[in-house]
Ligand binder design. Structure first.
Ligand code: PYC
Length: 328
């Protein structure tokens, strides 16, 4: 039998709080550009088809997120995040998956205590700490880019749902934040499909508003159910068929910025974000910089990631579905 592969790509898969990260270690063409953002833009321009081949079915699925390691001039490592529908400027769970992967392949040596490194992402440089005991990773934390509130106290008419109160905040991506509990919408594994459709409808209604020039679209909707003053369950909806299984690092960062703005979370206070699978991120605001419209909240998010596969993805010559596919 003759099998010819037109591409072979080395990947390591992990999950963070249930959400997958596929780190692409080798087998991609070199990218042009001096910054990670420029390399990401070059990838998007010339090789976007590879994103689908690597993340969509039959090699992946709708929830898959990838991290592509690239050299950085300004940080210890560089990476950009690809996902099944869009590019993410920053990804919290994905950064934890990447950190675990770098430790697993000895790019970062872990023993006892904490190993810190900096990571350049298209959103900016983040600091990552890997905590270990006798070589075993027991926690990974990220000090995220500066986060802030973009729009407060919006009421949006959503076809089929009525008027939905929301706020919009930036946590490395743009999130509409919606109190699901006050609307009578529980966050449970058996309500995720329903919440995905509701979240997609809210996102579409927000993005259909006449925009001020230069305003970017809302990427995701974070539903929350508060379980205590500083403890909440989160479900981030990215698309009608895609939700974050983890509590969502960037979504939680946006929520922390909103809570700080509302006077409900001070610097240093602990906040627990729980995902729909009851996995948790331990969070707090490390510091706040700037003031007024330039005020930025710098959150830290701590979780852990677990390796699920070391693989070579291949594309066989003649495969009619070589480019990947997704069904809604
Ligand atoms: O953890 O930041 C995150 C994230 C974004 C999209 C999926 N996960």
């Amino acid at each position: 039998m003759v099998v010819t592969f037109t591409r072979t790509v080395q990947v390591i898969d992990s999950h963070t709080g249930g959400h997958p990260t596929r780190v692409i270690l080798g087998g991609l063409p070199p990218l042009a550009g001096s910054s990670v953002k420029a390399k990401r833009d070059d990838f998007r321009e010339r090789y976007d088809g590879l994103r689908a081949a690597l993340l969509h079915e039959p090699r992946g699925h709708a929830a898959m997120v990838g991290a592509i390691l690239v050299p950085s001039h300004d940080a210890d490592f560089g990476a950009f995040f690809i996902s099944t529908y869009v590019y993410l400027d920053m990804c919290g769970h994905g950064t934890m998956g990447l950190a675990k992967t770098l430790a697993a392949v000895s790019q970062i040596e872990v023993g006892d205590g904490e190993r810190r490194f900096t990571l350049e992402t298209p959103a900016g440089i983040v600091t990552v700490g890997i905590e270990a005991e006798r070589g075993r990773v027991i926690g990974i934390h990220i000090e995220n880019v500066g986060c802030h509130v973009l729009e407060r106290d919006i009421e949006i008419d959503v076809p089929g749902l009525g008027r939905i109160p929301t706020d919009i905040a930036y946590g490395g991506g743009r999130f509409a934040i919606v109190d699901a509990a006050s609307l009578g919408w529980p966050i449970r594994p058996d309500t995720t499909s329903d919440l995905c459709h509701k979240g997609a409808a809210i996102k579409a209604a927000l993005n259909a508003r006449p925009h001020r020039a230069g305003t970017e679209a809302v990427a995701s909707v974070l539903f929350h159910e508060d379980l205590g003053p500083r403890h909440a369950r989160h479900l981030v909806v990215l698309e009608a068929n895609k939700f974050d299984r983890s509590p969502c690092g960037t979504g939680t960062s946006a929520r922390l910025a909103l809570l700080h703005d509302r006077g409900r979370l001070a610097i240093g206070e602990a906040f627990t974000a729980e995902g729909v699978l009851a996995t948790r991120f331990d969070c707090r605001i490390e510091r706040v910089t700037g003031s007024g419209r330039d005020l930025r909240v710098h959150p830290s998010i701590r979780g852990n990631a677990f390796i699920t596969a070391f693989s070579n993805l291949v594309v066989e010559e003649g495969d009619p579905l070589a480019g990947g596919f997704l069904c809604r």
